[in-house]
Design a protein around this ligand. Structure first.
Ligand code: UN1
Length: 512
């Protein structure tokens, strides 16, 4: 079996056989249990990690709080310079980090590299933003008064991320949080601890070279109990959580209970509407990449195709043909289109979903199944599949993190939009049409109810320049581009009186 140079990659990124999973800047702690990182690519143990224990947790929080006292006073453009240097390092480490993402998480090498590119892009974006943390200036109703608003940092930002984007989501949050003057504590997925350690190793170089406080960037590789501490901790001003709706609901209410802030990026149930005026060639490519890319494990993966009755059979036939050409196998080998699922639990959920779908009446036009034998020893490789369903099936209403695509037929565009919106989630959506009226209706107030709505591109692969997130059970948070930075700061309205009188607002008289 080719090893694709993994040993060298691990060395370059400072990953050892035994790693300590808690790091505040340059210091490591590890009083917790040992976890193993197993690659879904070949089922091999990559490395062991000693996780954070209870006693490490307070050290991390205290060091972060101390660093914040200093970091908040560094001018924002200087904090931007720190992020610029991280962007430069990520360019240097792109090949290694992309490969580690691919090997530890299982997405294709191209997608692993693409994920690191998102990190580089958000760093560049944040550098520019560090000179643009702008508030409004208002006119006061009182003479000799000036009003304006400013944005101040929040403090300690906790970042809890999922396995499917094991490096990019950290950077979307940190790049913005840092230029805004916050310090960050990252609790990565236990399924991808090495990606987190590698990112922290890279960031530590930046901190050391610039003699910056170590508590600016911390990582807590730990079980969910430590994650829970972060959620409950008053000292953590903002919790940015990416993961399931089930856990997100709990995070949201716990953080709200203590009046903390949260950013939630939860499940999606993303659809592409293919109208009678769609370019079918483009629609097929968009749908197949959306459904099988990252083995259907993106929050933005295409789960449903809502197809006009007049093109339904054609789309079905061409999809079936396209699925027949998909190569499933080692994601580091560029000839393969589809890699493994993250672990055998995910495989069980995939099988369960197929069973449920059949039970509810779903008809599979491309059959699924788990692959075994040579090159599939990890037991994590599954066949992407396609089923004809009704939108109302319970399984269709549910997000299954696997390459299962549902086909639904429609007659009128209004009906298609209603079907598209008739799920609990509201992350990403798309319409394929060359008709302006159809496209604009889809984007109108009566159109898609999602945070992302695209025309003639698929549901996944959002650029970092836009705000990323969704509505309803997706949680309502926004990360990444546009003005998502405002989530990482507190707004203050300032009114300044430069006269010798004290007139009251609303014309109130109060004479002594
Ligand atoms: C996710 O799946 O958590 O839009 C994020 C996309 C990527 C990000 C996905 N840029 O598909």
């Amino acid at each position: 079996v080719k090893d694709f140079g993994i040993e060298k990659t691990l060395r370059n990124l400072g990953i050892k056989e035994e790693n300590k999973g808690t790091s505040v800047g340059g210091k490591y702690f590890a009083s917790g249990k040992v976890i193993e990182s197993i690659s879904p690519v070949d089922g091999k143990l990559i490395a062991k990690v000693k996780t954070s224990g209870e006693s490490d947790y307070d050290k991390v929080i205290e060091t972060a709080q101390k660093a914040f006292q200093e970091f908040r006073l560094i001018p924002a453009p200087k904090r931007g310079e720190m992020v610029r240097q991280l962007g430069l390092k990520l360019r240097e480490y792109k090949d290694d980090l992309g490969k580690l993402v691919s090997y530890e998480m299982g997405k294709s090498l191209q997608e692993g590299l693409g994920e690191v590119q998102e990190m580089i892009d958000i760093c560049d974006f944040a550098v520019g933003l560090s000179r643009q943390l702008q508030g409004y200036t208002m006119h006061s109703e009182r003479p000799g008064h000036r009003m304006y608003e400013q944005y101040h940092p929040l403090g300690v930002v906790g970042i809890i991320t999922a396995f499917n984007f094991p490096v990019a989501v950290w950077s979307w949050n940190t790049a913005l949080a840092w230029i805004c003057g916050n310090v960050t504590i990252w609790k990565p997925s236990e399924k991808t601890p090495l990606c987190a350690i590698a990112c922290q190793n890279i960031m530590m170089e930046v901190l050391k070279e610039n003699n910056l406080p170590e508590g600016i960037s911390s990582v807590l590789v730990s079980d969910h109990e430590i994650g829970q501490k972060l959620v409950d901790d008053k000292r953590v001003a903002l919790v940015s959580f990416t993961g399931s709706t089930r856990v997100g609901r709990m995070v949201s209410s716990k953080v709200a209970e203590r009046f903390g802030k949260s950013i939630l990026e939860l499940g999606g149930n993303n659809a592409i509407i293919i109208t009678k005026e769609a370019d079918i060639d483009m629609s097929i490519i968009g749908a197949v990449f959306g459904a099988v890319g990252t083995a259907g494990q993106r929050c933005t993966s295409t789960r449903r195709l809502i197809i006009h009755e007049s093109v339904y059979d054609e789309v079905k036939t061409r999809l079936t043909k396209a699925y027949g050409q998909l190569k499933i196998g080692n994601p580091l080998d560029e000839k393969n289109h589809v890699g493994p699922l993250i672990d055998t639990d995910a495989v069980n959920q995939y099988e369960e979903a197929i069973k449920k779908c059949k039970k509810e009446g779903g008809k599979f036009v491309v059959e699924g199944g788990v692959l075994s034998g040579k090159d599939y020893e990890s037991g994590c490789y599954v066949k992407p599949c396609v089923a004809e369903v009704k939108n109302s099936y319970e399984i269709v209403q549910h997000e299954t993190f696997a390459p299962i695509l549902y086909l639904i037929k429609y007659k009128t565009l209004e009906e298609a939009i209603a079907i598209q919106n008739d799920v609990p989630q509201g992350l990403s959506s798309a319409i394929m049409t060359q008709n302006l009226r159809e496209a604009e209706l889809f984007l109108s107030h009566a159109g898609s109810d999602c945070g992302i709505a695209n025309v003639n591109i698929g549901t996944s692969g959002a650029e970092i320049g836009g705000a990323f997130g969704g509505e309803k059970e997706t949680g309502g948070g926004r990360e990444s581009g546009s003005d998502a930075w405002k989530y990482y700061m507190r707004r203050q309205t300032n009114t300044i009186n430069y006269t010798a009188q004290l007139p009251l607002a609303q014309g109130i008289k109060f004479d002594l």
